[in-house]
Design a protein around this ligand. Structure first.
Ligand code: AMP
Ligand code: TRP
Length: 344
């Protein structure tokens, strides 16, 4: 069966959005708007898999929404909303809890990292999180999912869940007139020079919202001075930049900064090295500061303007939720029929 092409992605409202979120995910969200119907979700239900202060969660949900808008997502042409306003996500997640196998979830590396040594004390939600993520995507029967590299394994699990549902319920799916399969196999979109932006302090660690050092990341709300300071202090090595990409292989910090430059300039690492090969880091960092301030400065400013108007943000989320719900409800009616739930 051919599925209508549709993009879905989500960002958690936890802590500061940073350059990794921007280059790995949000810039892709913006670009895909030209060619697809897109649904972009602030995944507040995912956020509470680890403890969140209720007041901060609300603020963070509005701040991520503000970032979407400030980066150029159009909430009229596309759908921007927060997950908890559409009950279909939780409903479908329960069905998927019964489709996915324990063995599949036991392989998830993000759970192992986040639960750490004290696994007995992790929430059940943190463990089942990939099933909710599959439900987010499939409740819209979305076909394309732009994400950073760290979400690849979760996307593979979503595909396995879609396939197992289609197989297990194959006869009912046919009987209800949905042809060969009810859910599409969602495809990850993980491309470009910054699918995994690393910490500015340690080229072996991912740039992350939860790193205790604020110098490890550039936040979307950082002002020009903060951006400049963080880039100037970023860890490097004493060599000049190589002229070819191969020369970056043993140099993770150099590789990371060149990748960031390429992504911000919308070009490739090879092109950046053609321009800066042989240059010292001091010169390259100066150019990177100018580029980053130029691209990120206006976004931070617009975010700050938008978060001062929570009523407007909430109206965007309410409108998006109502439109998302229409699609999700249609899927859930079909899922209930397929699974064999009696419904009104
Ligand atoms: P999260 O903040 O975990 O909800 O992530 C939101 C999106 O940003 C997901 O698509 C992630 O894959 C992406 N992302 C998070 N951190 C990075 C990073 N350091 N580099 C590239 N993409 C990232
Ligand atoms: N798990 C993703 C992250 O931590 C966020 C997310 C939740 C998501 N649901 C999704 C991403 C559905 C893509 C599609 O970054």
């Amino acid at each position: 069966m051919a599925f209508k092409e549709r993009v879905f992605s989500g960002v958690q409202p936890t802590g500061n959005l940073h350059l990794g979120n921007y280059l790995g995910a949000i810039t892709k969200f913006v670009a895909l708007q030209d060619n697809y119907d897109c649904i972009y979700c602030v995944v507040d239900m995912h956020a509470i898999t680890v403890w969140q202060e209720p007041g901060e969660l609300k603020h963070a949900t509005r701040e991520v929404t503000a970032a979407f808008l400030a980066c150029g997502i159009d909430p009229k042409k596309h759908i921007v909303f927060n997950q908890s306003q559409v009950s279909g996500h939780a409903e479908l997640a329960w069905v998927f809890n019964c489709v996915a196998r324990l063995g599949w979830l036991n392989r998830m590396t993000q759970f192992k990292e986040k639960a750490g040594k004290d696994r007995e004390n992790a929430s059940v939600g943190l463990y089942a999180y990939p099933n909710l993520m599959a439900a987010d995507i499939l409740v819209y029967r979305a076909t394309h999912v732009p994400v950073g590299e760290d979400q690849k394994q979760h996307l593979e699990l979503s595909r396995d869940i879609a396939q197992k549902f289609n197989n297990d319920y194959g006869a009912a799916i046919q009987a209800h007139g949905y042809g060969e399969g009810f859910f599409p196999q969602p495809e990850p979109i993980i491309q470009g020079p910054a699918t995994r932006v690393m910490s500015l302090r340690d080229g072996a660690k991912k740039m992350s919202k939860s790193d205790p050092s604020d110098y490890s990341r550039i936040n979307l709300t950082d002002d020009a001075d903060a951006i400049a300071q963080k880039i100037r202090k970023a860890k490097t090595d004493p060599e000049a930049l190589p002229s070819e990409e191969k020369g970056l292989e043993p140099r993770p910090e150099a590789d990371n900064l060149v990748g960031i430059y390429a992504a911000l300039a919308n070009t490739t690492k090879a092109d950046v090295l053609t321009q800066f090969g042989g240059a010292q880091f001091s010169a390259f960092k100066g150019a990177l500061v100018d580029l980053a301030v130029d691209k990120l400065g206006p976004i931070g400013g617009e975010m700050q303007r938008l978060v001062k108007d929570p009523a407007y943000i909430d109206s965007v989320l309410a409108d998006g939720s109502a439109r998302a719900e229409v699609i999700a409800d249609e899927t859930m009616r079909a899922v209930k029929d397929i699974v064999g739930f009696v419904r009104r």
